[in-house]
Design a protein around this ligand. Structure first.
Ligand SMILES: Cc1cc2nc3c(=O)[nH]c(=O)nc-3n(C[C@H](O)[C@H](O)[C@H](O)COP(=O)(O)OP(=O)(O)OC[C@H]3O[C@@H](n4cnc5c(N)ncnc54)[C@H](O)[C@@H]3O)c2cc1C
Length: 398
């Protein structure tokens, strides 16, 4: 079943770059744009000759045992070569990974904006993660690691190359279970909890609470993955990851296993050694303290209530947009500059918490970036303080 949208369908040309691919393909949509029209929202790099089909694999890629690649593929027969080479390398032996071609990253970020990843790769275990990292290195394919997408603003042109998602879907083998690996030290006050990097902080905190381990209450409401939170030393209510993280395991850019511990973690305000080294975090070990599970639950509930009262949690956002400038609070400066409610397109400075930029619905990344620039300029004019984004801004303009 193939539907064509403009242009001539040239099956061979489309299949050729995929021929070496031995992975499992479930459903693939390929889009050909005619040279004259640009009817779909597409990034600039796709200038030519894509073909739109529905369930393309049924007809053309059936011989590749379709199973687990799905999504949309905008195939650029010239520029797609590197990516296809990378996919070919990834495919040998990869059977369980979830690879999504031309995947809109608005689906994977809490801001709900942004263009697509050329390929989004969700490894199921550490071996697949290493394979992906090495394939990207060997093919010079740009590689971007993301976690739960709660501190990201992806530009409207999307992200070229391979995006590796280490999120809650990376189950068992990355240590992401509902009951994370939990070890106790006999006779010691402190207790360790080890979880996979893709586990969300709230999942990890719940597991800790059930096990009678205190220390994660204040940060339990941060909607990131444990890996993302360790990477940037996330924190809230005067607690941060550095207070409770004992060690981190990661994979380096060459696919080597690395460990960070003690001073080597180099935690600082919204930064760490893992950030400096550009590694993919796979596991985090917390050092917590024993306490009554009910007392932990109560404290967690108090922090949750505080968050609900102060933050626009119903709106799409990436949390506080700006870092805390020395001696100030970003939200207060923005509010005092009279910028609450300032709007550009679908982006708005939250009425509830001026430190948040929200997507009211239909915002583009460009709207958010223009609003961010306006806020920075006006706060600087008024107070001489230059705000810096805490949110990671990735990808290319449309
Ligand atoms: C409503 C709301 C409230 C928030 N409140 C807070 C708060 O109180 N305190 C706070 O600090 N933050 C807060 N945030 C921001 C965000 O949740 C944190 O920054 C969180 O740590 C980001 O984790 P993530 O997994 O979502 O990372 P992502 O947003 O996916 O990625 C952020 C960065 O981390 C890197 N990264 C992610 N995972 C890995 C990994 N496994 N290995 C290597 N690098 C990785 C990525 O490369 C990227 O550069 C809030 C966000 C929202 C939407």
């Amino acid at each position: 079943m193939i539907t064509k949208h403009g242009g001539e369908f040239n099956e061979k040309a489309v299949i050729a770059p995929m021929q070496g691919f031995q992975g499992n393909i479930k459903a693939l949509t390929v889009t050909r744009l005619s040279e004259s029209e640009n009817e779909c929202a597409t990034p600039r790099w796709i200038k030519r000759q894509c073909i739109q089909t529905e369930r393309f694999f049924e007809h053309a890629l059936g011989q590749l045992k379709p199973q687990s690649i799905y999504g949309n593929m905008f195939l650029n027969l010239e520029d797609g070569v590197l990516l296809n080479e990378c996919l070919r390398m990834l495919s040998s032996g990869v059977v369980r990974a979830d690879i999504r071609l031309y995947e809109p990253l608005s689906r994977w970020t809490t801001f709900r904006v942004g263009g697509s990843a050329d390929a989004l790769f969700i490894p199921r275990d550490e071996a697949e993660l290493i394979k992906a990292i090495r394939a990207a290195r060997d093919t010079n394919t740009p590689l971007t690691v993301i976690g739960n997408g709660s501190n990201l603003l992806v530009r409207d042109g999307g992200i070229r190359g391979l995006v590796l998602r280490i999120g809650p879907e990376c189950e068992e083998a990355l240590g992401n279970t509902q009951e994370p690996v939990c070890g106790t030290e006999p006779g010691a006050d402190n207790i360790r909890l080890t979880v996979g990097a893709g586990v969300t902080l709230s999942q990890a905190a719940r597991a800790a609470q059930r096990a009678g381990l205190a220390g994660m209450e204040a940060i339990s409401g941060i909607p990131g993955s444990v890996g993302g939170a360790a990477w940037m030393n996330a924190g809230a209510y005067d607690r941060e990851m550095s207070n409770i993280v004992e060690s981190v395991r990661a994979i380096g850019r060459d696919g080597d296993a690395l460990a960070f511990e003690g001073d080597a973690l180099a935690f600082r305000y919204r930064g760490s050694a893992m950030m400096d080294a550009g590694v993919a975090i796979t596991r985090v070990t917390f050092r917590l303290t024993e306490d009554d599970p009910r007392a932990i639950e109560e404290r967690t509930a108090q922090y949750t209530a505080k968050r609900r009262a102060k933050q626009p949690l119903a709106a799409a956002s990436a949390g506080s947009f700006f870092k805390r400038p020395a001696g100030h609070f970003a939200g207060k400066l923005i509010e005092d500059a009279g910028l609450k409610g300032l709007t550009v397109g679908g982006a708005q400075v939250s009425q509830m918490h001026a430190g948040f930029i929200i997507n009211k619905g239909g915002a583009s990344a460009a709207d958010i970036i223009r609003l961010k620039d306006e806020v920075i300029a006006r706060v600087f004019d008024k107070f001489g303080v230059r705000l810096e984004p805490e949110v990671r801004i990735l990808g290319a303009d449309a």
